[in-house]
Design a protein around this ligand. Structure first.
Ligand SMILES: NC(=O)NC(NC(N)=O)C(=O)[O-]
Ligand SMILES: [Zn+2]
Ligand SMILES: [Zn+2]
Length: 478
């Protein structure tokens, strides 16, 4: 049991209380206090039942600020080891802490090597040790090589990945080849035995010949609509159609009962969403996430040449965005994730503004809380909804049974934030992701400011400052 030292925490106490008028718990938002001891939540008490002698006890009173379970981001690319010039564990997890994210699950690609075997997972864990400010779990990659070799897949699962991730289109990374539906079908029974999920980038290549005219300058590569035409919603729809024939096997009594399919970063809110809804109604074990950038931005507003907004699947039109919000509010989209996928600024080709050649990926890790809140408050979202999309449901997906809620016995992973505090993401704003210039959020004004972030009871971030030492932990499935 590691006791908090003053290097690990800006509040080096073993035993203390956090109080506030607004504490978001699984039983609603209460005025009261949370008792934390040795990194765990040991009691949650409503104000009227709270009797503590604060002259003998450390109490941090946050007034009316919102005290919520820390965000769990199940989709982040930290690119470490091997491409840490793109992001890296220290910068990425500092950004997470500054944004109220207390746990993230790292994607198996964009680091070098990709996390596709027991050996490459070891490299990940080594790279994370002593260098992370928030807890970090790992997805392993499902690629043709291990999909066709059950024992290598089992070694990867035994080594502690929380689940697997695969691409149904080329990923853009050479040592992370795409899988077809038949690879996925082959892997599902193994995942079922291990009771771990498969996350899928659900787009497939379609024959778009004749539908997109890109030659001879007919279409301008600086125009966002050109890029949008190269990745129509039908690519997502076709992939999801394939997946829901496979998800049948995950039903009770099916050949892959115990396995679970999770569709990452859904952008198409029309046909794709209906397909997923129908599969859920039939009893398939399937969930879906979308990301704040699909809820915050619309294709019509993306300026020519502004490749900060390029990602796959692409940000679609404003009407699609409205439908994504409807689906989220109706519970048809289960959770949110950042899909923080940075690169070096040179690869975004910001000078040329070429949407076809630029690297795809949105940089957002530090801004997901204020981005979700700023855009969501127009739809009347509640703190409880935020907690279900960003903590409770992601914890379930990743199998993190002691995280995701302010509840007795859980790890004390907590964010404290101020919903009405606004700020400009200008050049003076302290941004911790490695390359602020490539973030699509820079230049905007957001509301919802993170004041403090606790990981396992350690105050790892407070008003612009981080703990001096990175004492959070790699998380392995056990
Ligand atoms: N290689 C990537 O990081 N790809 C990512 N790129 C995006 N989303 O544009 C992703 O998650 O698909
Ligand atoms: Zn993806
Ligand atoms: Zn991604």
């Amino acid at each position: 049991k590691k006791l908090p030292s003053s290097d690990c925490s800006l509040l080096p106490h073993n035993h203390y209380w956090i109080s506030s008028k607004r504490i978001v718990t699984p039983n609603g938002t209460i005025s009261g206090a949370v008792e934390i001891k040795e990194g765990r939540i040991i009691s949650v008490v409503a104000e009227e039942n709270w009797h503590v002698n604060s002259s003998f006890t450390t109490v941090v009173n946050y007034g009316e600020s919102v005290v919520m379970p820390g965000f769990i981001d199940v989709h982040a690319h930290l690119d470490d080891p091997g491409r840490s010039e793109w992001e890296g564990f220290p910068s990425g997890t500092k950004a997470a802490a500054a944004g109220g994210v207390t746990t993230l699950v790292d994607m198996p690609l964009n680091s070098a090597p990709s996390t596709v075997s027991e050996e490459t997972l070891k490299l990940k864990v080594q790279a994370a040790e002593g260098r992370v400010y928030v807890d970090v779990g790992f997805w392993g990659g499902l690629v043709p090589e291990n999909a066709e070799n059950a024992s290598s897949l089992e070694r990867l699962l035994n080594a502690g990945v929380l689940g697997l991730k695969s691409f149904m289109v080329p990923s853009g990374i050479n040592d992370f080849p795409m899988t077809t539906a038949s690879h996925i079908k082959e892997a599902l029974p193994t995942l079922a035995r291990y009771k771990r999920p498969l996350l899928v980038h659900a787009e497939v290549l379609l024959d778009l010949d004749g539908k997109v005219e890109l030659e001879d300058g007919v279409e301008n590569a600086r125009s966002y609509s050109t890029y949008l035409k190269t990745r129509p919603a039908s690519m997502e729809e076709a992939a999801i159609n394939q997946l829901i024939t496979l998800s049948k096997d995950t039903r009770a009594g099916g050949s892959a009962e115990g396995a679970h399919l999770h569709i990452v970063h859904l952008s198409d809110a029309r046909t794709s969403l209906n397909l997923i809804k129908e599969a859920k109604q039939r009893g398939d074990s399937i969930t879906v996430e979308t990301c704040p950038h699909y809820l915050a931005f619309a294709a019509e507003d993306i300026p020519d040449g502004d490749t900060r907004f390029k990602c796959a699947p692409p940000i679609r039109d404003a009407a699609n965005k409205e439908k994504l919000w409807d689906a989220l509010l109706d519970g048809d989209i289960d959770m949110l994730s950042s899909d923080h996928s940075p690169s070096v600024p040179e690869m975004k080709l910001l000078d040329e503004g070429d949407f076809l050649k630029a690297w795809g990926g949105i940089s957002s890790l530090q801004f997901v809380l204020p981005a979700t809140w700023t855009h969501g408050r127009k739809y009347g979202i509640t703190f409880e909804q935020l907690a279900s999309w960003w903590s409770e449901n992601p914890a379930k997906l990743a199998g993190l049974t002691t995280k995701g809620a302010i509840a007795v016995g859980n790890q004390a992973d907590i964010v404290v934030w101020e919903p009405d505090m606004e700020f400009d993401l200008d050049n003076d704003y302290p941004v911790h992701i490695k390359h602020p210039s490539i973030s699509a959020y820079m230049g905007s004004r957001l509301s919802g400011k993170v004041l403090a972030t606790f990981v396992r009871g350690n105050l790892v971030y407070k008003e612009g400052n981080h703990a001096s030492q990175a004492c959070a932990l790699p998380i392995l499935h056990r």
